[in-house]
Design a protein around this ligand. Structure first.
Ligand SMILES: [Fe+2]
Ligand SMILES: [Fe+2]
Length: 282
């Protein structure tokens, strides 16, 4: 793919900042940048980079009709989970085998790619002193995008519901809806990236509008709202993200089934098996 050199350097904080990076950091940053640009081309939500005007993104946003007209230019529908769609110009990769009794952390390490976005969100929640239920929600809020993208709030909550506190699954289910509605008092603006992803004249569908009406006066409104506040797309090349700071929080609040996720006969076990074995033909 073509790299806009100026946009890349400015995304890292300018030439001086790049000069201070080691060779390895620069190579890593370039790889992440390319991954993010590719994600953006796929129009996936996770990992997309918010481009500021003048940083290569421009200020012209597509209309809904223009986005619809792109449907037949793709080999993969926009809603396909990341595990099921090769990035443009590449083939899918052979996946590492899963252990016999996979844990949530195994899924993070072996199947959730890129997990960078959710780890950055959870890091922000951790640093700003949010509750562990909300930190866990941030950590898990988009992992279902590996499986399915449309209505990912509902799919994502369903995927983890048997294992997490009610507040956490509530936050995951409804963050998708609240992403479309600004709440300046809570520190959340409508994302500029959505003008590119959905179109400048996009109106959320009726089920999202109805859900927003329900949430506005709900006593747990702030749980999904806090997920949106941490749902940033800033590309911080120096952010070293890891699952390690969250191991204890997972241990305290995620009911890991002893048989392994996918083997526990829960109502969502098949979803975990599908993520574990996306190459299975049936
Ligand atoms: Fe999301
Ligand atoms: Fe997100």
């Amino acid at each position: 793919m073509e790299i806009d050199r100026r946009a890349f350097i400015s995304s890292l904080g300018g030439a001086t900042a790049v000069g201070l990076m080691t060779h390895e950091d620069r190579a890593d940053a370039l790889e992440h940048y390319m991954m993010d640009k590719l994600d953006e081309q796929l129009d996936g939500e996770a990992g997309a980079v918010l481009q500021q005007p003048g940083q290569g993104g421009g200020t012209k946003y597509p209309t809904v009709a223009e986005i619809e007209a792109q449907i037949e230019t793709r080999g993969v529908r926009r809603g396909a989970g990341s595990l099921f769609a090769a990035r443009p110009g590449t083939n899918v990769k052979r996946l590492p085998p899963m252990p016999d009794k996979p844990t949530l952390v195994d899924f993070f390490k072996l199947r959730f790619e890129p997990a960078n976005h959710v780890l950055q969100s959870a890091n922000r929640a951790l640093k700003t002193g949010m509750s562990e239920h909300i930190i866990l929600a941030c950590l898990l809020h988009d992992v279902v995008l590996n499986l399915m993208k449309p209505d990912h709030g509902w799919w994502g909550a369903q995927l983890v519901e048997p294992y997490v506190p009610e507040e956490t699954s509530f936050a995951i289910r409804y963050h998708q809806t609240l992403r479309f509605y600004a709440d300046p008092q809570a520190g959340y603006e409508y994302p500029e990236m959505y003008y590119r992803t959905f179109g400048i004249d996009y109106v959320p569908p009726p089920h999202i509008e109805a859900t927003y009406k329900m949430l506005k006066n709900h006593k747990n409104y702030m749980a999904p709202r806090l997920v949106t506040v941490n749902d940033l797309y800033a590309f911080d090349a120096n952010a070293k993200v890891s699952i390690d700071p969250f191991i204890d929080i997972i241990g305290r609040h995620f009911k890991q089934p002893k048989e392994g996720l996918g083997n526990d006969n829960s109502p969502v076990a098949h979803m975990w098996r599908t993520i574990a074995r996306p190459d299975s033909p049936l």
